[in-house]
Design a protein around this ligand. Structure first.
Ligand code: PLP
Length: 428
């Protein structure tokens, strides 16, 4: 599809252009396997000499079509779906960093990603240095080591709502011959396209706004197709023969545009099997069709809620990047001119006990670990998603013990505000 089409059109029609008499909606190819007439035909697929499907653990047409839509939204060259956002971030990093390597990551990232990096991948021999999301260029530079393989951050951090200075991160990464990986889950490509600011790889938890209806867990990785994997001599994994895959040299064979995703599919998906089901991909595709409409409403509601909270006597602080005076307001204006996301965080007077009472007294805002959904939901991270962190780690991740994450759905803002007002009155 023509990349010049506007983002709204790409949401609705990107990645799938049916031919004469073909289904208007993306077909669900609910098949684990695909039939061939000769062993030679199939052999060509295994040697990556022909493209085609053979087993849905590696690739499935429904998943690829939906991945192509997300690829079009981000303006990338290649994309793949994964079983979850966790799998997407794991694959994006592990595709280029393994035992003995090092990665620099912003400390303001999703709790699950922090655990994946700081605990599980560390056990696999990948070392991480965490830097403040708003660190200076010199601080970021100082964190890079000779064995560093990537720099990682979130466009808008979940739940800290720190907006990353993507251009600064990209500049320092590129100076050192490294790719910048950006988790763009909260902004979505409707509100920010990190490739336009220099990012090389984008990941998503499609479970959030992209699906948007709380119906299917999923993830996605998109490659901008611009990073030169051969230039620095640091990425043998992409530029020397893969003996586990018939000696293919991904960079030579698939170039800048295809090497990263082909390797992640042929090697990591083959071995780890974190595949998305065609049913889930179909639901994701449906969600994408209204992403641009929903994001606008999420942002309008969040702005109204943030303004209300800011003026309430039982609220001690409010964080929403689009709110004038917010620490990240200037960065939000630059990177997210049409709005950031639907998530607002705040603290209530009276600390932890008051926060719990407040949560109990909300009727529309449901207590869920979920976020970025059509229905309003909220969470107290210190007692839920981030409970494995000590107070210092919490602070480094930008999460205070009294933080409430309030994810505005697409209901009426007036109803949400009335619900919040009643719950806040209960802690008087
Ligand atoms: C939820 C989330 C993830 C993890 O995604 P799952 O689909 O839950 O595995 C990763 N990054 C961010 C920013 C998230 O919000």
């Amino acid at each position: 599809m023509d990349k010049k089409l506007r983002i709204e059109t790409r949401c609705v029609q990107g990645g799938y252009t049916p031919g004469n008499g073909e289904p208007r909606q993306i077909p669900i190819i609910q098949s684990t396997t695909f039939k061939y007439s000769t062993s030679e035909d199939m052999g060509k697929l295994f040697d990556l000499e022909a493209s085609g499907y053979f087993y849905s653990r590696l690739q499935n047409p429904t998943c690829d079509t939906v991945a192509a839509r997300i690829c079009a939204l981000e303006g990338g060259s290649a994309a793949m779906l994964t079983s979850s956002g966790q799998a997407a971030n794991f694959f994006a990093v592990f595709n280029i960093a393994s035992n003995g390597d090092h990665v620099v990551a912003s400390s303001a990232i999703y709790g699950g990603t922090y655990n994946l990096f700081a605990v599980t991948m560390k056990r696999m021999g990948v070392d991480f240095t965490f830097v403040a999301p708003n660190c200076t260029e010199d601080e970021l530079r100082a964190a890079i080591r000779p064995n560093t393989k990537a720099v990682f951050g979130e466009t808008i951090a979940n739940p800290a709502l720190a907006v990353l200075d993507i251009e600064l991160y990209a500049r320092v990464a590129h100076e050192n011959g490294l790719p910048l990986i950006i988790d763009n889950t909260f902004a979505t490509p409707v509100n920010c396209r990190p490739f336009e600011w220099g990012a090389d790889i984008v990941t998503h938890s499609t479970t959030k706004y992209m699906d948007g209806h709380g119906s299917a867990v999923g993830g996605c990785i998109v490659d901008a197709g611009k990073f030169d994997w051969a230039a620095s001599g640091k990425f043998d994994c992409l530029c020397t023969p893969d003996e586990s895959y018939h000696g293919v040299n991904y960079y030579e064979r698939f170039g800048k545009e295809g090497a990263f995703i082909t390797k992640a599919t042929a090697q990591l998906m083959r071995d780890f099997g974190c595949t998305q089901s065609p049913q889930s991909a179909f639901l994701l595709g449906l969600g994408l069709e209204s992403l641009h409409v929903r994001m606008q409403r999420h942002c309008e509601n969040a702005m109204a809620v943030a303004k209300f909270l800011k003026s309430h006597k039982n609220v001690t602080w409010v964080r929403y990047p689009d709110l004038e005076g917010d620490e990240y307001y200037e960065l939000a204006k630059k990177y997210l001119p049409n709005g950031s996301c639907g998530v607002v965080s705040f603290g209530v007077k009276g600390g932890r006990a008051a926060a719990e009472k407040f949560m109990k007294n909300m009727k529309l805002g449901a207590i869920e670990t979920h976020v970025a959904d059509a229905r309003t939901c909220c969470l107290h991270p210190a007692s839920a998603t981030h409970r494995q962190m000590n107070d210092d780690e919490l602070r480094a991740a930008g999460v205070s013990p009294d933080l409430i994450r309030y994810s505005c759905g697409i209901e009426s803002a007036e109803d949400l505000i009335e619900d919040l007002a009643e719950a806040l009155a209960s802690i008087d």
